[in-house]
Design a protein around this ligand. Structure first.
Ligand SMILES: [Zn+2]
Length: 212
């Protein structure tokens, strides 16, 4: 499995294109918010001869969904999300107007995922983990074969997700990290919605929010 990350929009959100040797790819949390960012994303897909199959969302916050309409329009892709976070997305879109973004609910086929589901593309299977606390319907996508997880805004390098946004809860977030993410192997590579990659073992030892 291969991936490339892009940092898009005023929130410095990480968008990931993930593919395998079949060249089929998924786009995780497309955050492109203006034509120059959309071009960077589409040029990458064209230049690498990738075939987009799915839009995959970790959660419905504005910075993670700003590029969904562009991607569904360009490649006619279904959107995979936890049903709980449809409401989060609708709330984000209402809030977007006050932030100066012209955003409407993307028109697409929405396919709902839950804990234990398998998301597949090409020859790759990703296990779905339910990781609430930052957003109520937050999901992570774990590749057991390559030992990598894309997990949005739950765990960061030396940080944790905000829990003060709508539907957020501190105890729920800590539970998701300690009981779900920290159950993964220590050398599991962690890709987050903001900032640099990390791994589980490093965060267990060094993350200042998780030392008790
Ligand atoms: Zn978020």
């Amino acid at each position: 499995m291969h991936h490339h990350s892009f940092t898009f929009n005023p929130f410095s959100e990480n968008t990931y294109v993930v593919w395998d040797d079949t060249k089929q790819c998924i786009i995780i949390d497309p955050g492109c918010s203006k034509p120059s960012e959309e071009k960077v994303l589409s040029d990458f897909i064209v230049d690498n001869h990738l075939i987009p199959e799915k839009i995959v969302l970790t959660h419905g916050h504005i910075d993670h969904v700003l590029g969904v309409s562009y991607c569904t329009g360009k490649w006619n892709l279904p959107v995979y999300i936890n049903k709980i976070d449809i409401a989060t997305m609708e709330h984000s879109i209402q809030w977007a107007a006050s932030m100066g973004f012209n955003l409407t609910m993307p028109v697409a086929d929405y396919i709902y995922l839950n804990e234990g589901d398998i998301l597949n593309f090409g020859e790759t299977n990703l296990e779905v983990l339910f990781l609430p606390g930052h957003a109520p319907g937050h999901l992570g996508y774990y590749n057991k074969t390559t030992n990598e997880i894309f997990q949005g805004d739950v765990l960061f390098h030396q940080g944790i997700g905000r829990y003060d946004l709508q539907g957020g809860d501190y105890d729920t977030l800590i539970n998701s990290i300690k009981n779900k993410l920290f159950a993964l192997p220590n050398d599991c590579k962690v890709f987050s919605g903001h900032g640099e990659p990390t791994n589980i073992g490093f965060e267990k030892l060094n993350n200042p929010f998780l030392q008790s």
